[in-house]
Design a protein around this ligand. Structure first.
Ligand code: BV8
Ligand code: ZN
Length: 239
């Protein structure tokens, strides 16, 4: 199971689907969720990334998201993001599904980005149907909708359904690809983590790029251990 063999698979693929997680943004300086310096270290997901937490204390939740927005605002895409944008230009069909809300794939030039957990730059009204993008850093806390009600981050929290269209597109991509690349995710959060099994059951070869073993490592075709910023440029063939 060498990088060379995995690279040959990627070069030969006519349709590639990719699932990324926080690990691909780690080399851009954005802390991951469950790693050593993970975001969840200071906080517990149940305390912040849930509708209950927001109802209980919207200020604390907004302070956390505003802090993350200011970090992300300073972050640049890294070699891993750029390699995936390059791959999209080389492969007949490529879909990039991301659990990340940081927008770095788009900043790197990827065009077909499917954000299954929403975007940290999006805001949604807690009462009416309005949703909008606000990139101001810092945000005036707590931001409000034109209707006067409090706004919430336009992301998917635990216990919430994933946005319908992006999720359907993500499943379609997983079912239709020859190669499924899973990069920088602990594969702990569902249903996103289930896409790897969906792809494999539909006949795709699953290649995982991660610093460590994860919950799906035993089921993948190739498990490449290392930094996404190192491995992806070699895998894509540019680097
Ligand atoms: C749902 C918000 C249907 C945005 C996030 C009980 C009740 C209700 C639901 C559940 C339940 N039990 C289980 C569930 C399902 C639940 C779930 O999966 N829970 C888990 C924790 C068990 N899922 C949900 O609730 C989802 N909705 O199921 O709806 C439903 C509805 C009602 C009732 C039942 C079902 C919603 C999930 C979305 C949650 N929102 N975030 C935000 O604030 O960002 S999840 C959060 O975790 C982030 O979005 C993140 O994307 C996601 C996954 O984390 P990772 O991206 O994998 O990051 P992590 O730090 O974990 O791992 C980083 C990896 O990178 C590591 O492996 C590391 O080794 C590697 N790495 C680090 N550096 C590098 C690297 N690799 C390569 N190179 C490097 N340099
Ligand atoms: Zn409103």
């Amino acid at each position: 199971m060498s990088l060379e063999q995995a690279r040959a698979l990627v070069q030969r693929a006519s349709s590639i689907a990719i699932l990324t997680g926080a690990g691909i943004s780690a080399e851009s300086g954005i802390p991951t969720f469950r790693g050593a310096a993970g975001l969840w270290k200071q906080f517990r997901p149940e305390d912040l990334a849930t509708p209950q937490a927001f109802r209980r204390d919207p200020n604390v939740v907004w302070e956390w998201y505003d802090w993350r927005r200011s970090q992300i605002d300073q972050a640049a895409p890294n070699a891993g993001h750029l390699a995936l944008a390059d791959l999209e230009r080389r492969v007949p069909s490529l879909a990039l599904v991301t659990q990340n809300v940081d927008g770095l794939h788009q900043k790197a030039g990827s065009r077909s980005v499917i954000e299954v957990h929403g975007s940290i730059w999006a805001l949604r009204c807690s009462q009416c149907e309005r949703s909008w993008v606000d990139r101001s850093v810092p945000l005036p806390l707590v931001p409000h909708c034109a209707c006067g009600a409090m706004a919430r981050p336009g992301v998917v929290w635990f216990g919430e359904q994933l946005p319908r269209e992006p999720w359907l597109a993500a499943e379609k991509a997983a079912v239709g690809c020859d190669v499924f690349l899973v990069v920088g995710t602990s594969a702990a959060v569902y249903p996103a983590a289930g896409l790897a099994d969906t792809a494999r059951s539909a006949g795709a070869k699953v290649i995982e790029v991660n610093l460590d073993k994860t919950g799906i490592s035993d089921m993948v075709y190739f498990s490449l251990i290392g930094l996404a910023g190192d491995i992806l440029p070699k895998l894509v063939g540019g680097g």
